[in-house]
Design a protein around this ligand. Structure first.
Ligand code: A3D
Length: 320
């Protein structure tokens, strides 16, 4: 049986890391597409040349031609521009919306059966636009943010509790922006919910609130350090987890930006929610119960995403 085909649209910092991870994990053959001439070719050749040492079998190809993504099983989209210090994700909307139009049309023409994972910011609005431009079924188009935001939360919690990151589970829902909703009640250390750990004296409510805020600011913290781009190792690792769940039909329960129609009181809207990812794509949106406070935070986050979607419709009337 032929290996699965993974198309990476955008061969920048995240795209290159995705290609390396996909090859190292032998998820399939990789096509790296970018408008920057030479970049995808150079990165694919470099990764291919690591193959004999690392010991993986995967064909790597760099291209400027959408025809090369034909028949891709998975497309991961990072094309566009990242933030610079002082910018919010929302400042990228105008320029990245145009990029989503060309990428959506390329996927529609050459890889209409793919499972598409968008990473380009502002995430929730871009994944919505990408689904509209590509015309693919909504359950086959999703966005990566919740896995990353939850990973950041898990990392900070493991430092606070001095326990292995593997034993910390966490849920971050809502839009991928300043209004994201880290759910402390659904986050645990080996099953012990965070509010119980506060009662047990492992941490204080104040410290927990500071960790929640650091999670919300997690992207900006890295943008500030790097000075000329945004995070790429953890974002790429998170998207690869989602791609693997699809390719291996793992039925993973992962938070991601998915099309929600009916659950959480939403009708036809992309936002970060718990989902099950398997061979059918987004197989289910898991409608968990939220407390009054959590629902209010979630609603605020949804309103922020609605504002971005309205801005997209103003810029690109064909989306209205
Ligand atoms: P970067 O290293 O600049 O790579 C982007 C690549 O896209 C560049 O190589 C460009 O040449 C290429 N590109 C631009 N326009 C097109 C086009 N029309 N078609 C094909 N390729 C094009 O950025 P990056 O990899 O660091 O980040 C990529 C995106 O991910 C940015 O929008 C970031 O804001 C976003 N991002 C999202 C998260 C989430 O958690 C959602 C995290 C980190 C970064």
């Amino acid at each position: 049986m032929a290996r699965p085909k993974i198309a990476l649209i955008g061969a920048g910092q995240i795209g290159g890391t995705l290609a390396h991870l996909a090859a190292m994990k032998e998820l399939g053959d990789v096509v790296l597409f970018d408008i920057a001439e030479g970049t995808p070719q150079g990165k694919s050749l470099d990764i291919a040349e690591s193959g004999p040492v690392a010991g993986f079998d995967a064909v790597m190809k760099g291209t400027q031609d959408y025809a090369d993504i034909a028949g891709a099983d998975v497309c991961i989209v990072t094309a566009g521009v990242p933030r610079k210090p002082g910018m919010s994700r929302d400042d990228l909307l105008g320029i990245n919306l145009k990029v989503m139009k060309s990428v959506g049309e390329g996927i529609k023409a050459h890889a209409p059966n793919a499972f598409v994972i968008c990473i380009t910011n502002p995430l929730d609005a871009m994944v919505w636009a990408l689904q509209q431009f590509s015309g693919l079924p909504a359950h086959k188009v999703c966005g990566m943010a919740g896995v990353l935001d939850s990973a950041r939360f898990r990392h900070f919690l493991s430092l606070e509790f001095n326990v292995s990151m593997r034993d910390v589970t966490a849920f971050v829902l809502g839009g991928h922006g300043d209004t994201m909703v880290p759910l402390t009640r659904y986050s645990t250390v080996a099953g012990i919910p965070l509010p119980d750990l506060v009662e047990m004296g492992w941490t204080t409510a104040e410290k927990l609130e500071a960790i929640v805020q650091r999670t919300r600011d997690g992207g900006a913290e890295i943008v500030k350090y790097l000075g000329n781009g945004s995070a790429f190792y953890a974002p790429a690792t998170s998207a690869i987890e989602m791609a693997e769940a699809y390719l291996k039909d793992q039925k993973r329960l992962l938070p991601c930006a998915a099309y929600v129609d009916g659950a959480f009181g939403l009708n036809g809207f992309y936002v970060g929610v718990p989902t099950i990812i398997g061979a059918e794509g987004i197989e289910k949106v898991v409608d968990i119960k939220l407390s009054k406070d959590e629902q209010a935070m979630f609603d605020k986050s949804v309103d922020a995403v609605k504002g971005l979607v309205a801005a997209c419709k103003e810029i690109e009337p064909s989306l209205a």
